[in-house]
Design a protein around this ligand. Sequence first.
Ligand SMILES: Cc1cc2nc3c(=O)[nH]c(=O)nc-3n(C[C@H](O)[C@H](O)[C@H](O)COP(=O)(O)OP(=O)(O)OC[C@H]3O[C@@H](n4cnc5c(N)ncnc54)[C@H](O)[C@@H]3O)c2cc1C
Length: 464
Amino acid sequence: MRADAVVVGSGPNGLVAAVTLARAGRQVLLLEAAERFGGGLRSAELTLPGHVHDLGATVMAMALASPALRGLELKGAEFAHSPVAVAHPLDDRPAVLVHRDVRRTAAGLGPDAGAWLASVGALVKAGLPLVELLLKPLGPWPVAPRALAGAAWFGPMAALPATTFAKALRSVEARALLAGMAAHSMLDLRSPLTTGYGLTLAGLAHLVGWPVVRGGSQVLADALVAELRSLGGQAVTGHRVRRLAELDAPIVVLDVTPRQLLALADLPAGYRRRLERYRYGPGVFKMDWALDGPVPWRDPAVAGAATVHLGGTFEEIVLSEAEMAAGRHSPRPYVLLVQPYAADPTRGGHTLWAYCHVPNGSATDMSDAIETQIERYAPGFRDRVLARHVSGPAELEAGNPNLVGGDIGGGLAGLGQFLRRPVWSPAPWRTPLPGVFLCSSSTPPGPGAHGMGGWQAARLALRS
Ligand SMILES: Cc1cc2nc3c(=O)[nH]c(=O)nc-3n(C[C@H](O)[C@H](O)[C@H](O)COP(=O)(O)OP(=O)(O)OC[C@H]3O[C@@H](n4cnc5c(N)ncnc54)[C@H](O)[C@@H]3O)c2cc1C
């Protein structure tokens, strides 16, 4: 097929790039190395026949907030919300719950209700225009004045380490909740920006919810592929691109991380050196289970939340993430758990996944530590397990080369690489090779199933 544009890789960024280019009238060819489209949006029967598991993203807050995905108005992908967005169980008291309603959530935080409303509540008031600004920090602008005012207020607070922001909080509940949210960043919680990651994710729970895709995230990937094909685009699986020289098109958009780009092409020395300095973040150790019923949470309210943060108090989570950042394995890790059945009963039974953070490339088996953390809040959990599937960093990378050393974020998300992703540039999606663009989560705005990198790269390609 003659193509005006080739997109390499079909994660959410590659898919959005392909559809954006096709909607602009380009003949698009999408090449995917794996046997299924979707990258971090794939689903598969990992444990038992009929049990649908997401291999990557399940929680679609970023997708719902993303102007790139919302703008596509896709048919076929339906979002399902659990009664509670997020739960954070604690040993000696009721779980902390994040509801869609910010005031209801604040009411559960005792003396910190006011602090929640003044921080997360104010983000909610600034609304989606502020979130859009965070998702496209380099433009295109103009931005709604409300978003700029929100950014001026939110920016300085967001830049703080979570450990600094936590000094303003008094309750065990609010502090634990902050740590659980901020730890999504996979950073040491003493690092700048961790407050921003935590508060933004919490704000999204109130603004758009933390839904899942009915039937599995693969449904969203398939809807994007269907849209591409309906526009005349071609999409091919099982085709791994090894050298850019194989491709013959005026536009090439790459959904790959810097290390892969280095292997794909001969790059000018200066750019090559900058990419070689790019840093990958910690890895994850992921487990998937098929259960014979719901997780037997000690606090039944936790059953209503699709996402559960495990790891106990603020201090425990700070310690576990500091251990991981120092290259060690925490015996009581922070565990991010997703029980999609709380929102979506159509996945063929009670499927569940959880991961903890580990040093990049770690070969340590964390299954016992993860299951022990679940048992801590759900005694009898192990008795419910029908089958389990374990993926350490090596298995994750074997299934998707973008997960370098098990890093699911496409590179460290600390302050340096927030500004320099993957290089310092007003248009970091552009490479020095004519017509070649990078769109993965190693470009702004970074990790998450939002497709914004793909949208930005396609936009830039169309303009050039
Ligand atoms: C376990 C896990 C849980 C997650 N949970 C969430 C969540 O709940 N919510 C959320 O928003 N995000 C989550 N994420 C993160 C999210 O999945 C990623 O940020 C997102 O998928 C990144 O999209 P991408 O398009 O940049 O790359 P990817 O989704 O990683 O896709 C890259 C694609 O490119 C293909 N590819 C690479 N090299 C080549 C080549 N040379 N030739 C052809 N094809 C190639 C790969 O096979 C892959 O399909 C999770 C990720 C993981 C792994």
